[in-house]
Design a protein around this ligand. Structure first.
Ligand SMILES: Cc1cc2nc3c(=O)[nH]c(=O)nc-3n(C[C@H](O)[C@H](O)[C@H](O)COP(=O)(O)OP(=O)(O)OC[C@H]3O[C@@H](n4cnc5c(N)ncnc54)[C@H](O)[C@@H]3O)c2cc1C
Length: 509
């Protein structure tokens, strides 16, 4: 269910174990318009249309927003589609960028040290192009095994409640209004329908199962556009191909990222020769304006470090300013349901866990979950009926790492709202209003930042102070950001010593 990043990567991995795979996708994603589009067509659509809805693609509302593909996600794509890199490099003007020489990145107010001890690379591409090219590759590689039912929306699960098994799904073709719904049975069903998945509703209706969830509303927003960057005359800014600064709540609730997407033939002496996506973002509902570039520039002058204002001033905008204001963190604690979880059915990608996009984790998280599922099938000794429980158990630490990376900072948002639903359906809503916290729904205790998160915030602060002076610690940090290493690797003894030393020296002074 769902034929975007998560659905496609899962289908590619599972093609080894199943005779036939059907992807049910609510948008018309395998139309000739999208599937046969040339690199130039894709760029034209991206720069000319306010959204891809007119092309039949409306199901991923963030598709035009700035996306970075973290290193581990890139490794997974290349493992599955070995020719993808050459194709993108040779036909799409896409490049890989070295984080050692082409990145300038300020995390929580600290600039990472340039002297990395290991070079890491990013494939810089816009999300719209990546998705279309991946789909083309999938169709070429598995023409017979993977069948697409596009323009078809899943409307429910087919459940065998006494046996606790999901046996299939009901879907309806979107083209014909009033058309009857169809049933499709399958041995294993994966929900990759993204952040607005209806699975929790279906599980309640069909199995009377309540999935415990946690939502964090931190007032996240984006405005993304494509621009051609021109030289500013400042070598520091001009040498930065990829980079930006994160928010640093509560003192600075706004940030910006810049990521190249294609090299182009230059239109002027001063052009950088690359098109980039530029994304201004915020927490605490301090949204960047999207009504005009002049207003965005005014906003940048007040809300971003001055070098980014300089960069934006010398950027030629190509295409619409696209806003996004619905970002939240949401996690479904499926592991805690143990054997109550139905057999032969899993949630994967954003359906399982959605993160603050400012940490760029979502696509790589989906790829890593799909790879874990592949490992479970590959181990060969599990029975099909056990795979959903095993997956829920093994997916949990993957989601947990990303969840901590996102939420540790989001807990600092002055107007944070947290909504928790437990296994019995009891909902608790906590709203922080600057310094005070109210629990709007029950007699329970007030919202407290969990002890673990408070420790991580403290540790992160001192870690980044040290990393700004240390190439080794900056490398460790970037390995976590790229999902090559777990966030807990930052606690290894030499880092812990450096952090404690820096903190104690500061307290003594
Ligand atoms: C503003 C923003 C910026 C982001 N930036 C980054 C970034 O820099 N790096 C990064 O890695 N991630 C980023 N993300 C997250 C990333 O977009 C998601 O993690 C990723 O798209 C998840 O992929 P998915 O396949 O799980 O879900 P989705 O991409 O949401 O795909 C769901 C698919 O299911 C289909 N569908 C939905 N309902 C049904 C149904 N009932 N029946 C059939 N089909 C259905 C949809 O049409 C869609 O194709 C960002 C997100 C946002 C909001």
């Amino acid at each position: 269910m769902g034929g975007s990043i998560g659905g496609m990567i899962t289908a590619a991995y599972l093609s080894k174990y199943f005779k036939r795979i059907t992807i049910i996708e609510s948008d018309d994603v395998v139309s000739d318009t999208l599937l046969k589009s040339t690199p130039q067509d894709i760029l034209d659509y991206r720069c000319r249309l306010e959204s891809p809805t007119s092309l039949g693609r409306s199901g991923v509302s963030q598709i035009y927003q700035l996306h970075v593909l973290e290193g581990e996600g890139y490794n997974i794509l290349i493992e599955l589609f070995p020719h993808l890199k050459d194709k993108l490099l040779n036909t799409y003007g896409v490049r890989t960028y070295s984080l050692k020489t082409e990145l300038r990145f300020e995390a929580n107010g600290q600039l990472l040290n340039k002297n990395l001890t290991e070079d890491l690379f990013w494939l810089c591409i816009d999300r719209f192009t990546l998705e279309i090219v991946l789909r083309q590759e999938l169709c070429i590689k598995f023409p017979d095994k993977i069948e697409w039912k596009s323009n078809s929306r899943v409307t429910n699960l087919i459940a065998d409640r006494p046996m606790n098994i999901v046996k299939g799904v009901t879907y309806r073709c979107k083209h014909n209004v009033g058309s009857p719904s169809c049933d499709l049975y399958g041995d294993f069903i994966v929900d990759c329908t993204g952040r607005n998945s209806s699975s929790t509703k279906w599980l309640k209706e069909e199995f009377d199962l309540i999935v415990p969830t946690e939502q964090m509303h931190y007032g996240g927003g984006y405005v993304t556009f494509i621009g051609e960057r021109f030289k500013t005359g400042d070598p520091i800014i001009d040498s930065m191909a990829i980079g930006g600064c994160t928010v640093n709540a509560p003192t600075r609730n706004t940030g910006i990222y810049v990521s190249p997407i294609r090299t182009i033939k230059t239109t002027g002496d001063n052009s950088s020769g690359i098109l980039s996506t530029l994304g201004c973002h915020c927490v605490n509902s301090e949204f960047p304006p999207s009504d005009s570039y002049e207003n965005l520039l005014e906003w940048a002058k007040d809300y971003l470090p001055s070098e980014y204002y300089t960069m934006l001033k010398s950027t030629k905008v190509i295409g619409p300013l696209v806003p996004y204001r619905r970002a939240i963190n949401e996690r479904k604690f499926v592991k805690s349901l143990g054997n109550k979880w139905p057999q032969n059915f899993i949630l994967l990608g954003d359906t399982l866990c959605t993160f603050n996009p400012q940490y760029g984790q979502g696509m790589t998280h989906a790829c890593r979950l799909a790879r874990e599922l592949n490992k479970i099938f590959n181990e060969n000794y599990h029975q099909l009926k056990d795979i959903s429980y095993i997956f829920n158990r093994r997916a949990s630490p993957i989601s947990e790492g990303c969840w901590l990376v996102s939420t540790a900072n989001d807990w600092k948002t002055p107007t944070l709202k947290v909504i928790k639903t437990d296994q019995n359906g009891k909902v608790q809503v906590y709203q922080r209003d600057n310094d005070s916290t109210t629990n709007t729904n029950s007699t329970d205790s007030k919202m407290q930042t969990p002890l673990m998160i408070r420790f991580l915030q403290w540790y992160n602060f001192w870690f980044l102070q040290c990393a700004s002076k240390s190439g080794r610690m900056s490398t460790d940090f970037l390995r976590v950001i790229n999902q090559h290493s777990s966030p807990f690797s930052l606690l290894k003894p030499n880092n812990l010593l450096a952090v404690c030393h820096a903190a104690f020296m500061s307290y003594f002074h």
